[in-house]
Design a protein around this ligand. Structure first.
Ligand code: NAD
Length: 434
């Protein structure tokens, strides 16, 4: 069955408005099935997370009251190595979301061929309502509850939405007190001073840059002639903008929650970064830049550019606006910015979509470097990290691109096939215990 037919079948079953993230992950997985010879039993293993832990996380609020939150840690697969994946603090966290994110981590680590499986964790809570000491208590209690699952050789958390280096520092410290051992490799994304990796902060944006340049070169597009629109000017979007600007591309549109901005002659990204550093809420609002006009976020997505980099939220390119996209290439800096229905529409339009599991894998690759350095107690220089990151991502792009060309399929499907087959092979080689 052709990719379009299979995708159409899936899109008939699932509408953008009613997407359950785990269903979406399974449907992406099921698309791959047509293209592989993975046996039924192995397929059933791939469709189910290895472990799903739900924990109750009570904390004493600063006013003395007790509140109880629900947390999760899901280990989707450990077939290729310890589980790896971030921890999210957000009111929208559900077990279905965490299961989906854990699965995507499995495929992402396999696509870039690092020796990890996939995991993810989260607490359903609104961290903006916590004081710093409440945040510390909820982190330490959650860590204690998931302690039986995590470990340097078992399952290694990292930051995700609303968690950061400080939260990771508290996790390391809690694990150290519970285990009696110094184990910096139990999480990645820590502060540099206690074992974090130089270059980790920039790694995802740098990876987006490497992948974008690799795709432009394959499509025969001169980087100096390339106009790029970036949605989201946070960690991923701002760093990708700066590095692609340095590589010679023109960043003609940027946005954040405060609005979207268009400058056909190209933004001076250093000036924008200086502005954002000191602006209220570190937002783009009020940016003084010549030749710039304010536009809507939908207009940004529909601009006539060569490359569009969605680097903000999920489901930004959906059935409602996919027809309007004019970019020739989409590089998914964010996780899940394109819905399956939109993917189908973009495929029919001939848009080259570089999937998230490849495009934003720079973060997890650098997390892997941090873990390696922790295990070896031997920190690297930043230059070494950047060079190794480039090599790993360029190899992954080459493999995905070649498979897509050979089988005449989309890059997303090729990336999934590559990742899923690697995991299936690992399971088959190990055998099913007992
Ligand atoms: P961030 O919080 O630093 O930045 C997010 C940006 O998106 C902010 O500028 C925010 O204002 C903007 N934004 C939010 N809602 C928006 C909207 N409706 N329209 C336009 N802009 C909007 O987050 P980040 O770390 O840059 O992550 C961005 C995406 O990349 C997420 O999907 C995340 O899961 C993914 N990702 C991040 C990393 C990483 O290492 N940071 C790694 C892999 C994937």
């Amino acid at each position: 069955m052709a990719i379009q037919d299979t995708a159409r079948m899936v899109s008939e079953r699932i509408k953008d408005t009613e997407i359950n993230p785990y269903e979406m992950m399974l449907q992406q997985l099921d698309l791959v099935r047509e293209y592989t010879t993975i046996p039924d039993g192995i397929w059933q293993i791939l469709r189910n997370p290895e472990r799903t832990l739900e924990v109750s996380v009570p904390i004493t609020r600063d006013d003395g009251g007790i509140e109880v939150f629900t947390g999760y840690r899901v280990q989707h697969s450990s077939a290729r190595g310890p589980c790896k994946g971030g921890i999210r603090f957000h009111p929208g966290v559900t077990v279905e979301e965490v299961k989906a994110l854990a699965g995507w981590m499995t495929w992402k680590c396999a696509v870039v061929n690092i020796p990890y499986g996939g995991g993810k964790g989260g607490i359903s809570c609104d961290p903006s309502c916590f004081t710093r000491s409440e945040l510390e208590r909820i982190t330490r209690r959650y860590t204690t509850m998931i302690y039986p699952l995590i470990g340097t050789r078992r399952d290694i958390p990292a930051p995700d939405v609303n968690t950061n280096a400080q939260v990771m520092n508290w996790i390391v410290d809690t694990v150290q007190f519970l285990s009696g051992e110094s184990t910096p490799g139990v999480v990645t994304g820590k502060s540099i001073e206690i074992g974090g990796a130089l270059g980790r902060h920039e790694a995802t944006g740098r990876g987006v840059m490497f992948i974008t340049l690799g795709v432009l070169q394959r499509l025969g597009i001169d980087v100096a002639e390339t106009r790029i629109a970036v949605q989201g000017f946070g960690n991923v979007g701002s760093i990708a903008s700066r590095l692609l600007g340095e590589a010679g591309a023109k960043i003609v549109a940027i946005s954040d929650v405060s609005g979207a901005y268009h400058c056909p002659t190209g933004f001076d990204i250093d000036l924008v970064l200086d502005y954002v550093k000191q602006s209220p809420g570190h937002l783009l609002a009020g940016l003084p830049h010549s030749g710039m006009e304010e536009i809507s976020n939908d207009e940004l997505l529909a601009l006539d550019v060569d490359v569009l980099i969605p680097a903000a939220l999920e489901a930004q390119i959906a059935a409602r606006n996919a027809e309007d996209i004019r970019a020739r290439v989409i590089v998914e800096g964010a996780n899940g910015p394109t819905t399956p229905e939109a993917d189908l529409i973009l495929g029919e339009k001939g848009t080259t979509v570089v999937p998230d599991i490849l495009a934003n894998a720079g973060g997890v690759v650098c997390s892997y470097f941090e873990w390696v350095q922790n295990i070896q107690c031997f920190p690297w220089e930043e230059k070494e990290t950047d060079q190794r990151l480039g090599r790993i991502l360029q190899r992954a792009l080459r493999e995905v691109w070649t498979l897509a060309e050979e089988r005449e399929i989309s890059l997303r499907l090729a990336a999934f096939i590559l990742g899923v087959e690697r995991v299936a092979t690992a399971i088959q080689l190990r055998g099913v215990f007992p």
